[in-house]
Design a protein around this ligand. Structure first.
Ligand SMILES: *[C@@H]1O[C@H](CO)[C@@H](O)[C@H](O)[C@H]1NC(C)=O
Ligand SMILES: *[C@@H]1O[C@H](CO)[C@@H](O)[C@H](O)[C@H]1NC(C)=O
Ligand SMILES: *[C@@H]1O[C@H](CO)[C@@H](O)[C@H](O)[C@H]1NC(C)=O
Ligand SMILES: *[C@@H]1O[C@H](CO)[C@@H](O)[C@H](O)[C@H]1NC(C)=O
Ligand SMILES: *[C@@H]1O[C@H](CO)[C@@H](O)[C@H](O)[C@H]1NC(C)=O
Length: 299
């Protein structure tokens, strides 16, 4: 009973004999900082490459007039500073810091670069938000919060530049470590073997088509990737992850690891959908694929 109420709550805090206690943390602060640093390395390299690949003029010609390029340089500089800050914080307490990995980004021109930048910043916001509750040291929590707000500012700016609502909803969506790693790992091709291991794993990937500007009531296709076993997963649900809990979406399997999902009411902006084997909450224990990222438009 006591144990199951912890499981049901799915939270770090459980109630036993009327007194709250903190479950033994699965991840310590050094691991969380290295997780954040892993994402910052990815972002910093992404911007560095993009500013190398595409000129000021190329951005102008692609419809991003001044001062967009200068602001992009500022964003790149922020990400670089986040990398040095987190590395120093880890070094200061004698914890090894992860180094930069090798990456593959599917950007081919200024437009696709800005579109991916926007998605990465959105995932960054969700990553810091989702990790906040696991940070023990309040000094680190404030530091993480101060990075989160800047990532959110980058994200709003990029959304505006792409003609999206800059702040689509009153709450941002928190993602946990494995959910974020599932989204980040396709961009990471290899890492130095000397990097500390992160306490993360990727779920089988999930792709939604269309992934942009879908509206509630419309349908989209979900396709699962490698590692998904349809045999063991005959009764699945689809759920959007939001801060107030999952928003379930009607799902129909069409075979071949494909599903048709109807976009429900109550999600807007950059949203994350998972396939889950549970109808009573989404957690690492019941996600079978995803998240997939989808931009949901307001009616
Ligand atoms: C930059 O160009 C290189 C070489 O073509 C390519 O491998 C890389 O993915 C590009 N990166 C970005 C962010 O556009
Ligand atoms: C939190 O981290 C800071 C910076 O490393 C350190 O100075 C402080 O002692 C830590 N606080 C606790 C309660 O561990
Ligand atoms: C979409 O959501 C709005 C408001 O949340 C609602 O009024 C409308 O009926 C929904 N449209 C469909 C097609 O479900
Ligand atoms: C898929 O799941 C079924 C039932 O759980 C299991 O028997 C089978 O070995 C699994 N297949 C793979 C490739 O993992
Ligand atoms: C499928 O899941 C739903 C919701 O959890 C449940 O009501 C139903 O009994 C399940 N069906 C099967 C065949 O397991």
């Amino acid at each position: 009973m006591k144990i199951s109420s912890c499981v049901l709550l799915g939270a770090t805090f459980c109630l036993v004999q009327g007194r709250p206690f903190v479950k033994k943390r699965a991840v310590n602060d050094a691991a969380i900082l290295n997780y954040a640093l892993t994402l910052e390395h990815l972002e910093a390299t992404f911007y560095q490459q993009g500013l190398q690949n595409y000129s000021h003029e190329a951005f102008m010609n692609a419809g991003f007039p001044d001062p967009f390029y200068a602001n992009l340089q500022e964003v790149a500089s922020d990400e670089h500073t986040h990398v040095t800050f987190l590395t120093s914080a880890l070094n200061a307490v004698g914890s090894p810091a992860v180094a930069q990995c090798n990456y593959a980004f599917p950007a081919t021109d200024p437009k696709s670069f800005v579109a991916l930048a926007n998605i990465l910043e959105g995932v960054g916001v969700s990553a810091y938000l989702g990790a906040a509750a696991s940070i023990a040291n309040k000094t680190y929590l404030t530091a993480a919060g101060s990075i989160l707000t800047v990532e959110a500012r980058h994200n709003a700016y990029l959304r505006e530049a792409l003609g999206q609502v800059p702040f689509a909803q009153p709450f941002d969506n928190p993602l946990d470590l494995n959910e974020v790693y599932t989204l980040a790992s396709p961009f990471i091709t290899s890492c130095p073997s000397t990097n500390p291991q992160l306490p993360v794993k990727a779920f089988p990937s999930l792709t939604m088509t269309p992934s942009g500007n879908v509206m509630n009531g419309s349908t989209a296709t979900l396709v699962t990737g490698a590692g998904f076993n349809a045999t063991g997963n005959s009764n699945l649900s689809a759920a959007f992850i939001t801060v107030t809990g999952p928003v379930y979406a009607p799902l129909k399997s069409t075979g071949n690891n494909q599903f048709i999902v109807t976009i429900p009411e109550g999600v807007e902006g950059q949203s994350y959908i998972v396939l889950t084997s549970s109808m009573s909450g989404v957690s690492d224990d019941n996600i079978v694929a995803g998240p997939a990222i989808v931009e949901v438009m307001a009616m």
